[in-house]
Design a protein around this ligand. Structure first.
Ligand SMILES: Nc1nc2c(c(=O)[nH]1)N[C@H]1C(S)=C(S)[C@@H](COP(=O)(O)OP(=O)(O)OC[C@H]3O[C@@H](n4cnc5c(=O)[nH]c(N)nc54)[C@H](O)[C@@H]3O)O[C@H]1N2
Ligand SMILES: Nc1nc2c(c(=O)[nH]1)N[C@H]1C(S)=C(S)[C@@H](COP(=O)(O)OP(=O)(O)OC[C@H]3O[C@@H](n4cnc5c(=O)[nH]c(N)nc54)[C@H](O)[C@@H]3O)O[C@H]1N2
Ligand code: SF4
Ligand SMILES: [Mo]
Length: 737
């Protein structure tokens, strides 16, 4: 699988959903002077490191640089992509480990023994309690092939829809919102729209730090065109993103939907609408007009805590026939009204006809590198592969035919979303909780409850690439995973572009690709034919065929085509010529709803699930730093990143700091209804009064640990089941008090 030592390899960056192309070079090639012409973002943060330090050639880091041939990123990278080579070898899990109880230390076992344990547990549960006692919690960091085989194994072979993924914490409101308004999931835009938009509305997204290469693309155009695009940022904090904005609406957390209704109110009041588009391509205008009537500029500006003039300015920039591009991520999705807020964003586009046109559309920025592929492969508890839904009988029947299963094999009820999996464990209803490529003991809300629930499950399995993660502390069986760079497969980025990620290094020790583990288990559970694959290319070929005729049509794609012709956008039906994928969806203003019309939705704004009160007077919001990736299993090993972000800081407004007796640089205790953590205080005007911010990255196993999610609650959006990970009510006090 590995290329000869001097070749370079091409892949998609395994971090964020921008999905930049990377060109990877082995240590020897680097030593020959490669890297001097690195292309990186103009901020200068992306320079690839000088990597050769160790004496022996095997574990030397590969180096990476932007792949100029990749159409999504055109050679750009950020600091994470540029340093990924340094993260691949250190601290890996290299053999299966097991312990019968959490009181014992882990001991090595063979894969043979590991599979025997899994088969025994699964067959026992199926025979006694049934498939409902099994659950898997996977990840947007799976390859599409990993995702697809997990669906085929759980939802198909085992008749168990309890597969959910960390995308539940990330993209599920976008998935639900697109489906509700447009009839299907699927971001309709492409990155070229960044170069064509007149107005870019960045709502609940710190694009500069979390999707840096896209943000640099916006800035590059601004440097050239001065007044275009106009940038409007909606975020309770000042961020590197809002620093570049023409207009920063620092709204009170949880008031996004009211703001969006306020914008719709102004557009309707001024008749600043695309009436022909509304008449031909939408439904629900009257109900929306009635709903937003009450959201007057006065009321909205008071509730959101922003000036009325700013609100009017934003409405004028969104309307006026301007090409409007909305970008959003977790500040919108991670909310009890996440799906409704996504609907509010899409409303603006439908009212102004700004969708399916160059430079325009509602563009959800996906977080993880293959969150999109996960959606395509059916990787949430209510989905099936090919943008299909468990609840639809004809979709289940199609999959049963594809998979050669008896009619009725796929259970008709959606499975347990991840928080429901936690509750099921609390009640003792799960006999197997299999976690793969995610670290829930850092990233889930209500962490103390998650920990106790996991300890109540008799077999917790963790498929993981690295040793010593927080989730390993609650596991019985650790399966060493071959990770990106060591397994071949595809990922889809935010603009629906599919990139083949090649295997260019050998996995450590006995580590295996996740898809190969799922296939082997399927064969051992009695599905020898259905899970007989010679390679991941065969797995992908099967998946691609299943998507034929669906919106996310991959049927014309294969590993071979992607290797020969580079990354391609879907829809890509069979017979499409390379480069012939579709850049934008809905260019004909027809939508995949029963009527062909998109739906204007009109929800009542509800605000936060846990609003501040006398006992917990502040809103804690939790997000990300530029350099670190989630729970730091990879980025903690990069010296340059650790130096840039040595520790978590609690951002507090000066007035709040004074009220709570806090001193800059000293430690504070942050308390919510669920627990308390401490962190160093950073007093700053950049955060809204009444709001404080912590990063999500430092779990219990890190130096400077600060388990922010012990404070967060699990209440989620009723439509998407996405938890409100952006807001919990907290109180502060000096840590020495
Ligand atoms: N550097 C880095 N980049 C990443 C990741 C990473 O770990 N590190 N992870 C990737 C993943 S999986 C994801 S999902 C994305 C996340 O990307 P983003 O969503 O951009 O990142 P966050 O920092 O979680 O949150 C974005 C902003 O939401 C704001 N916010 C909080 N509450 C509200 C609110 O009520 N309304 C509004 N409008 N805004 C609010 C926060 O102040 C924050 O600045 O990043 C991806 N890229
Ligand atoms: N309060 C708060 N909480 C949040 C968020 C927030 O904004 N605020 N954001 C949420 C969001 S959007 C997300 S996406 C989650 C992210 O949270 P997690 O998914 O828990 O974070 P990661 O650290 O990316 O975890 C991925 C794990 O998979 C391992 N891994 C890497 N590659 C492979 C592989 O190929 N196979 C296997 N088996 N393992 C592999 C890594 O070592 C790592 O331990 O956090 C969520 N939690
Ligand atoms: S912007 Fe995202 S995909 Fe691109 S190099 Fe940075 S982390 Fe990787
Ligand atoms: Mo995410």
């Amino acid at each position: 699988m590995s290329p000869s030592p001097l070749e370079s390899a091409r892949s998609q960056c395994p971090y964020c959903g921008v999905g930049c192309g990377l060109e990877l070079r082995p240590p020897a090639a680097k030593a020959e002077g490669a890297g001097e012409d690195d292309d990186e973002d103009p901020s200068g943060r992306g320079r690839a490191p000088c990597a050769i330090t160790a004496p022996d050639g095997i574990d030397l880091p590969w180096t990476s640089r932007g792949d100029r041939l990749h159409p999504s990123s055109l050679g750009q990278v950020c600091v994470k992509g540029a340093t990924v080579g340094e993260t691949l070898a250190p601290n890996r899990l290299s053999q299966p480990l097991y312990r019968a109880s959490r009181e014992e230390p882990f001991a090595p076992i063979s894969w043979e023994q590991a599979f025997a344990l899994l088969v025994e547990r699964i067959t026992t549960e199926l025979a006694t309690r049934g498939p409902g006692a099994l659950a898997m919690y996977g990840s947007g960091q799976f390859l599409t092939e990993d995702y697809y085989l997990a669906q085929k194994l759980f939802k198909g072979a085992l008749g168990c829809n309890n597969f959910d993924a960390n995308s539940r914490l990330c993209m599920s409101s976008a998935v639900a919102g697109y489906a509700r308004s447009l009839g299907s999931d699927g971001p309709p835009c492409c990155y070229d729209d960044l170069d064509l938009a007149d107005t870019v509305l960045l709502i609940g997204t710190n694009t500069a730090e979390c999707h840096p290469v896209l943000f640099q693309r916006l800035l590059k155009r601004r440097r050239k065109q001065k007044t275009r695009p106009r940038l409007i940022v909606v975020d309770p904090r000042a961020t590197a993103t809002s620093d570049a904005a023409d207009l920063h609406l620092a709204i009170r957390p949880g008031t996004d939907l009211a703001l969006l209704h306020g914008l719709a109110h102004l557009l309707i009041a001024k008749g600043d609408l695309d009436r022909a588009f509304i008449a031909q391509a939408t439904e629900g205008f009257e109900a929306l007009a009635e709903r937003v009537q009450a959201w007057t500029p006065e009321r909205v500006s008071r509730l959101c805590g922003i000036g009325e003039a700013a609100l009017r300015e934003a409405a004028a920039a969104c309307g006026g026939g301007n090409a409007l591009l909305s970008l959003w991520s977790m500040g919108v999705n991670q909310s009890v009204e996440g799906t409704a807020t996504v609907g509010g964003i899409i409303n603006l586009h439908l009212l102004t006809g700004q969708i399916g046109r160059p430079g325009a559309g509602p563009f959800s920025l996906t977080g993880q590198p293959n969150a999109m592929g996960g959606r395509e492969a059916g990787g949430l508890a209510q989905l099936l592969p090919g943008y299909r839904a468990v609840a639809q009988a004809e979709h289940r029947a199609e999959l049963e035919r594809h998979w050669g299963l008896a009619p009725g094999s796929i259970a008709p009820e959606p499975g347990l979303a991840v928080w429901q999996q936690i509750e099921a464990m609390e009640r003792g209803e799960l006999g197997l909780w299999w976690v793969a490529a995610t670290n829930p003991l850092v990233s889930m809300p209500s962490l103390d409850r998650v920990r106790a629930a996991a300890l109540n499950c008799p077999l917790v399995v963790l498929s993981e690439a690295y040793a010593g993660t927080e989730t390993a502390a609650v596991a019985h069986l650790l399966l060493p995973a071959a990770q990106w760079s060591e397994k071949q497969g595809v990922m889809t980025n935010s603009e629906r572009r599919v990139t083949l990620c090649s295997a260019f290094r050998d996995p450590p020790g006995e580590a295996r690709p996740d898809w190969a583990v799922f296939a082997e288990l399927g064969r051992r559970l009695g599905f020898a034919e259905a899970f007989r694959y010679g390679s991941s290319a065969e797995v992908y070929a099967e998946f691609a065929a299943i998507t034929a005729g669906r919106l996310c049509d991959h049927a014309g794609l294969s590993h071979a085509l992607l290797a020969d012709h580079g990354p391609q956008q879907w829809p890509f039906p069979a017979g499409t010529a390379p480069g012939g994928g579709q850049a934008r969806l809905y260019t004909d203003a027809r939508f995949p709803t029963p009527t062909g019309r998109a739906r204007l939705v009109a929800d009542a704004p509800l605000g936060l699930a846990e609003p501040p009160c006398d006992a917990y007077p502040l809103v804690l919001t939790v997000g990300r730093y530029l350099g670190h990736w989630h729970t730091m299993t990879r980025t903690a090993h990069v010296a340059r990143i650790a130096k840039a972000h040595p520790e978590p800081l609690l951002e507090v407004h000066p007035g709040d700091a004074e009220r709570h007796g806090l001193v800059d640089g000293e430690r504070a205790r942050i308390r919510s209804r669920r627990g308390a953590v401490t962190a160093k205080v950073q007093i700053t005007e950049r955060i809204r009064p009444g709001t404080v911010f912590l990063p999500m990255h430092w779990g219990a196993s890190q130096a400077n640990a600060c388990e922010a999610n012990r404070l967060m609650h699990e209440l989620g959006c009723p439509m998407s089941r996405q938890p409100e990970l952006k807001a919990a009510a907290v109180d502060l006090e000096p840590a020495w008090a």
